[in-house]
Structures are given as C-alpha cells and as structure tokens.
Design a protein around this ligand. Structure first.
Ligand code: ZN
Length: 601
C-alpha cells in the first residue's frame, strides 16, 4: 500500500518539478539583447542641454571635415605641414567659440629693443596657447647586424646575421646591445596549469628568446584550447584592432624582470610567414591595391626614458626560425624539439644558453621633429569638482602621403576630430556648464603608436582626469552585409534574431571600462534622446588600439565610439564623399550628452 501511495505521490509531483526545471533554464538563458540599446523613438533632451545639443549638426561636421581631409593637408602625417595646418585650424575654431586654451604657456618673444626700454627687465611670461608641443625622434633610415658567439674554454663558435633578412628590429636610435641569451619557450606563466616558463630562470640583463602565441595551436585537446584559457590564448574572435605590446603579458613580464630585449620567433611560420617571407611579402605587388612608394615615416619618443615614462615594453626583435636554430644550435638544441617537449608535457623547458652571447648593433639616421596636441577646455561650475576633468579626444593625425597617394583620413580620424570640435562648440554655446571641467583634445601621433595621448596622460592639463571619451572612425555606415561580417569577425556575437532587429545604418560599437558600470547606464539613458542602434561592450582592459588605451592603462575610466570598419581603412580612398552626416550627428550628440553626465555626476 505504502509503495503505491509513494508512487502516486511521485507521479503527481513530476509536472511541477519539470515546470521548475524549465523555469530555471529560462532564467539562465542570457538575454540576447543584453548588450544592445536599439532606439528608434527618441525623447526630447532636457531644456538645460538643448542649446548645445541642437548646435551639433552633421552638416557642420562635414563642412569642417572637408577642410581637414582636403588633399591640401596631405593626409595630416605627424610632424608635417598638413598636420600643423589642421591643428591651427582647430585651435582657431576653439578660440572663435570661446573655448579656453589648455596647451603650453607660449614662450614670450625676446624683443631686446623693448627690453632695453624697460630697463632690461625680461618680458612677462607669455600667455597659454592651444598647443601641447612634443618633440619626437624621426628615424630616417637604419641598418644593422647581429653576431652570436659561443665560448667554452678555448673552443669558440661565431655566426653573423643581417637585419631585414634574418631579423627585423624597429630600433629608434643608434644602439648596440650585447647580452647572454635565455630560451623561455612561449614565455607563459599560467598558474591554473601550474605552468611557469620563468620559474628558476633569471632573465635580468639578458635577451629573452620566445615563441609567439601559446602551446596547443590547432590542437583541440590542448588545455590552451579549452574554456577560459581558449578565450585568453586563442580567442575565436580577434579583437578589432591589435592590442598594444606594452600591455600584453608576453612582453610585460620580461620588461618587468629587467630583460634587455625579446627575441620573438614566429610560432607558425607556415601560417604567418617567417621573417624573410614577411619581408618579401611587404615587397610583393598586390593587384588589388596600388603600390605606395616609400615607407611610412617612423616617429617615436625621443629616448628610452620615454619608454619607462610611457610604459613602453623592452625592444622586440623578430628573428627567423633559422636564426633561432643557429643560436640554439650552439648548444645542440633547436626550436622544433623544444616546442614538441613543451606541447607534450606542458612543463617548462626554459634554459639559459650558457656560453652564448649575442650582440645586436643598429645604426639609425635620426632627426628631431616637433608636433603638438591641440587642447582647449571649459571650466567646471563646481568650485571643487572643476579641478577634475573629463577629456574628450580624437586623433587629428593620419598617414600622410606616399608619392602621389594622399591618405586623406576623412573617417580615420577626421570624423572623430570634427566630432570633438562640434562638442567643444556645443559646450561653449550651452548656457549650463557641468560641475567638472571638460578638456577637448586632438591628438597627434596616434598612427605612430598613440604618442600624443600617451604624452598627455603623462602631462595632463588638469591633474585629475575623471574619464576619457574617445571618438575614432565615426562616419561610415554599416550595411546588412558588413554588419553580418562584423558580427563574425570583430568580437561581436550577434544572433540572427538580433541582427534582424538592427538598422545597419544606425549601428555603432561602443565599448567602455567595465570597472565603471555607470558609463553603460549613462549611454543607454542618453541614447533615448539620439536613437542609435548601439552595441555596448564592457571590458576590463582598454582594448581596441586607439587613444583611450593610455587612459585605461593609467586606470582612468574610458569609453570608445567606433562605427563601421570599411575597405577604405588606411587607404587613400578614405575620403569625405563617403561619410554619413546623419550617423556623425547622432554619435556626436550622444557623446555630448554622455560627456555632460560624466562631468556632472
Ligand atoms: Zn584611427
């Protein structure tokens, strides 16, 4: 009897437990719209922001853009006349709108006749200007060679290598490095696998030879291809733009350990081409694209002090597989067998190459050149908080010209630059000012390695930066095809049902500092006044390879707007006739509203 009762009880409870299970499953299923803010019906902005908001128009933005992306400015290369004209143009507009200068104090002109008339008193301190001047080093040409020696007692071996064939090294000055060599496998420290290739190895003052990537490439069974480790070492979706070397642990660890330089071996030369092939590829004629004569100008910070001040990593020398084997061969080792052992055992096979010394010599012809960030500001209305600033920035420089080819850079990043100008005008015209101050910044040197924004982070106009808003490439619309492609290629998992809801023409990727969730709320709230279809991505690291990265590295909350990445990216075809005034207007207006909230909260 008892058994029957129990059986009846279980049968009668079954539907409930099934229902509960289903409910939990429904609860767990992530909301596909979680990272989107798709707004079509907009609400009017509050009265206090209206004047500024309405002063922002796509037509004005395109008018300014026509000027700075004109052939006359020859692609605004860093430290070129074209860039200087664009900078002067922006500074003039700032002055016109009553935006205060936030650049360097101008050096007073030494007028001896006037000085004598004033009894020899030197003229008063000059007034502040809109330019933050930076002296850079331009490398005009370089040649180099490397020599490895092995000595044990009287026995000696020696081999020489030439730059651009056996190795490539973008040295920023004449220098020579002589040091012992250590091999550290992939140079990985992965505590979850108890795998530390630096354990018991002293790399201080030495060359650190390592393979790129990680063990287990293409091997689904490898722990590096599973779960979180896969996302870390072999992410499905490559980030939008390359990550800066200085923040990648691969280069940060040897830098922090005081190594001299990294000797980087291509992990999969068959896929990416070894040093010689990369060199030849660069020479190969590409039918789809014109051959651009000459090479890009190499501009960097003046000296290695720059490296420590701006958190640069130690030099990286890309060496060919053959050069690596010639060096390891001095001790009867080679890359293939060491790699195999590491892959099989996931244990360290790092070693100091005893008796081996490598010398890398580089002669470079250099000269000093000047460029400038363009900086203006409005003062905050709060007596305390005005000593903090929200920095709104975009890079004004682009790739310049190569022979007859001018890289106008209308989208990259002429669009962001005129965006910053429009927002400056809006804040100048809007009667109500936020509590914190706002700095409007046009960076130089972005294409050369984020030089201008990195310089500003080390030399801020207002000591405390509360947040950074970065606009880079905000003028090109997606279409259905590019949107679908973007969702596959650029780290955006967009399900079919979501894709159907998105209006490609209004689609923009917005990423922000996940350590400051308030930015997400501010963006969603203000998008109700603008009507974009936003993809909102929080990230703990300032990925994306643009000018918000130095702020993120300095632990300053950041946010980054970018619209469609097109075939014209870094091509002479990136011209003003292709931009969308409608899209620009919306993005610039949203950035204005968000900046106000960030500065007023
Ligand atoms: Zn750019």
């Amino acid at each position: 009897m008892k058994k029957t009762m129990l059986f009846i009880l279980i049968i009668s409870l079954l539907p409930y437990s099934l229902a509960i299970g289903q409910q939990e499953q429904a609860e767990e299923k992530p909301d596909p719209m979680k990272n989107f803010s798709l707004v079509d019906e907009t609400q009017p902005v509050t009265e206090k922001l209206k004047v500024g908001f309405e002063s922002i128009t796509g037509n004005d933005a395109v008018t300014y853009l026509k000027f700075i992306s004109d052939d006359l400015l020859e692609g605004r290369d860093t430290a070129s006349d074209g860039y200087d004209i664009a900078a002067l143009y922006a500074a003039t507009m700032f002055e016109l709108w009553g935006i205060k200068p936030a650049g360097d104090m101008e050096r007073p002109r030494m007028d001896f006749r006037r000085m004598m008339m004033q009894g020899g008193k030197p003229p008063a301190q000059g007034k502040r200007g809109y330019f933050q001047n930076i002296t850079f080093l331009e490398t005009l040409g370089s040649e180099g060679q490397a020599t490895v020696t092995w000595q044990k007692g009287l026995m000696k071996k020696k081999k020489s290598f030439s730059s651009e064939m056996d190795y490539t090294y973008m040295a920023s000055g004449t220098q020579s490095i002589t040091a012992p060599v250590v091999f550290v496998g992939y140079g990985i420290q992965e505590s979850s696998l108890k795998f530390d290739e630096y354990k018991n190895i002293d790399v201080k003052g030495k060359f650190v030879m390592m393979l790129s990537e990680a063990p287990g490439k293409g091997d689904p069974e490898s722990p590096f291809n599973k779960g979180e480790l896969k996302e870390k070492y072999y992410p499905e979706r490559r980030p939008m733009m390359r990550r800066r070397r200085s923040t990648s642990p691969k280069f940060k660890v040897p830098t922090d350990m005081g190594a001299e330089a990294v000797l980087l071996i291509e992990n999969s030369p068959e896929e990416n081409g070894d040093v010689p092939r990369q060199y030849l590829n660069a020479q190969r004629i590409n039918d789809e694209r014109p051959i651009y004569p000459g090479t890009r100008r190499r501009i960097s910070f003046v000296d290695n002090i720059g490296r420590s001040m701006f958190g640069d990593s130690i030099p990286t020398i890309r060496i060919s597989r053959k050069m690596a084997n010639d060096i390891l061969g001095m001790l009867d080792q080679n890359v293939e067998s060491l790699k195999e052992k590491i892959e099989e055992t996931i244990t360290s096979h790092s070693m100091v190459l005893s008796g081996v010394t490598l010398t890398v010599e580089n002669k470079t012809e250099t000269k000093l050149v000047n460029s400038m960030n363009v900086l203006g500001y409005i003062e905050g209305s709060d007596p305390e908080l005005k000593n903090e600033a929200v920095v709104i920035g975009a890079h004004l420089d682009h790739l310049g010209r190569r022979g007859d080819y001018i890289f106008n850079g209308a989208d990259d990043d002429g669009s962001g630059s005129v965006g910053v100008m429009e927002i400056a005008e809006a804040f100048a015209k809007n009667p109500v000012k936020p509590k914190r101050s706002i700095v409007f910044a046009l960076w130089t040197g972005e294409e050369k390695g984020l030089l201008g924004s990195r310089y500003y982070v080390a030399h801020p106009f207002i000591e405390k930066t509360a947040a950074n808003l970065n606009l880079d490439m905000i003028s090109r619309e997606y279409d259905k095809e590019t949107l679908a492609r973007m969702s596959r290629r650029f780290g955006v998992e967009v399900g079919k049902e979501v894709l159907e809801k998105i209006d490609a023409k209004k689609f923009v990727s917005f990423s922000f500092d996940a350590n400051t969730p308030a930015i997400d709320e501010i963006m969603r709230k203000n998008n109700n006044h603008v009507g974009l279809h936003l993809r909102i991505t929080g990230s703990k690291e300032a990925t994306g390879g643009s000018d918000h990265a130095p702020f993120g590295q300095a632990k300053i909350p950041w946010a980054f707007f970018i619209a469609a990445m097109t075939e014209d990216y870094h091509q002479p075809s990136d011209s003003v006739d292709k931009v969308s005034p409608e899209l620009m207007e919306k993005i610039i207006r949203l950035a204005y509203l968000a900046a106000f909230d960030l500065a007023d909260k």
